[in-house]
Design a protein around this ligand. Structure first.
Ligand code: ACO
Length: 377
């Protein structure tokens, strides 16, 4: 007789561990990193400062921030064997597959950085520094653009834009991306962070944990949603067609990407901030088309389903206005979330407990084995 227990599908509402890194107030619509409200950080901080905060649990001094920026800059170069791996990847591969493969390859060539334990901060810095290089190297090769020259002086946001584009970014573009990176840097036990912590909880290495996380972030119900939002806008084409497109999708029981959230019951505070940045970047470019389409989409989805926007609704419009192709949206998410993933893995190593839930078995237990030659065709 199998004992019955309550099944929490999707682990919904299950509190799996204690963490000091991030708090989501799903009813109040607040997001806190190590005690600091995301709205303050988005208004006043930088990605590097937030990464330091996530890793060390406190804001850096000016000297500590300077040192962190310098180390990130120095760690941007990829070893030749990883570049060789990237050279062999088909040019039509999805950049998330490329990223997953490159991080996994890096683990083989830099095993020391990846070792489990508190010293993994070196690996956290290395992965954070190198992800834009991986993306830029691959993207330039597939588009035939001039090869990437590593620039150790740039901020993380400016380095990402430098790696992915030929035209120098404006200050507004760098700040818009910096804010997007701050907003994406952590989000408690989301699916990819959970995947990273599950891997780390077996005392596996940091790079394996981040490889798990990248594979998990790729899915359209998680990081891949902003790509799909832009596809919906393209499908609608103009504001007047949004309602028909949404209704058609809902009639077919399809989800509208960029809406709904497992934890937020009100508007995702990251969506509020990115909405403003979508408008600001649109105004600077003299093109508010995406902004107007998204506003209409919000109205229609709220009227039809009562759903609020999540972080993925407006991020794609900001990146598109910067000339970034949509298959790089989720990789940019990873270029930020790597700070949170690695912070969680470090925390897991310090308070290790194998993560191993149970399944409620619903199959039979008393079948008789039939030899293959006696089984019907
Ligand atoms: N479009 C249409 N209906 C939706 C949506 C949506 N975006 N989100 C939720 N619903 C509906 C569901 O169909 C379900 O309705 P039902 O009870 O009539 O069947 C109800 O709302 C509850 O949905 P669940 O799937 O149970 O809620 P869950 O907490 O599992 O979903 C999720 C959260 C996966 C994010 C969901 O809202 C979704 O699929 N959104 C679209 C994908 C997306 O934007 N993902 C990005 C999330 S943010 C991030 O990961 C960075």
């Amino acid at each position: 007789m199998v004992e019955e227990s309550v099944v929490q599908r999707g682990l919904q509402d299950v509190v799996a561990l204690e963490s000091r890194i991030c708090f989501i107030d799903g009813r109040g619509g607040r997001l806190i990193y190590q005690g600091y409200d995301i709205r303050d950080l988005a208004a006043r901080s930088s990605f590097e400062e937030v990464a330091y905060l996530l890793w060390y649990g406190q804001l850096p001094s000016a000297r500590q921030l300077h040192d962190l920026r310098q180390r990130l800059g120095e760690l941007r170069t990829l070893p030749r064997p990883v570049l060789d791996v990237l050279d062999r990847i088909p040019a039509d591969s999805h950049p998330m597959d490329v990223l997953r493969t490159a991080v996994s390859a890096l683990a083989v060539f830099e095993p020391g950085e990846s070792r489990p334990g508190e010293s993994s901060i070196g690996g956290a810095l290395r992965l954070t520094a190198v992800i834009p290089t991986i993306l830029g190297y691959f993207h330039r090769r597939r588009t035939g653009a001039p090869p990437l020259t590593v620039n150790p002086e740039l901020s993380h946001a400016a380095w990402i834009l430098h790696a992915l584009r030929d035209s120098p970014p404006t200050d507004l573009e760098v700040r818009a991306l910096d804010v997007a990176l701050i907003l994406h840097a952590d989000h408690e036990l989301n699916a990819s962070t959970f995947a990273a912590r599950v891997t780390a909880s077996t005392l596996s290495d940091l790079y394996s944990a981040i490889t798990s996380a990248i594979g998990t972030l790729k899915g359209p119900l998680h990081g891949g949603a902003n790509e799909r939002v832009m596809e919906l806008l393209a499908e609608a084409g103009n504001v007047d067609r949004i309602e028909a497109v949404v209704r058609d999708k809902l009639a077919k029981h399809e989800r509208i990407m960029g809406f709904g959230h497992r934890v937020y019951k009100v508007e995702d505070p990251r969506a509020t901030i990115l909405r403003d940045w979508s408008r600001r970047v649109g105004e600077a470019k003299g093109d508010l088309t995406y902004f107007q389409l998204l506003r209409r989409l919000e109205d229609v989805v709220h009227a039809e389903k009562g759903l609020y926007p999540n972080v993925d609704l407006y991020s794609g419009s900001v990146y598109s206005l910067m000339g970034i192709p949509k298959d790089l949206f989720t990789p940019i998410f990873a270029a930020s979330r790597v700070a949170g993933w690695t912070a969680h893995v470090l925390e897991e190593y310090q308070d290790l407990r194998l993560i191993r839930p149970m399944a409620q078995y619903i199959g039979p237990t008393d079948l008789t084995y039939v030899p293959i030659e006696q089984r019907p065709d």
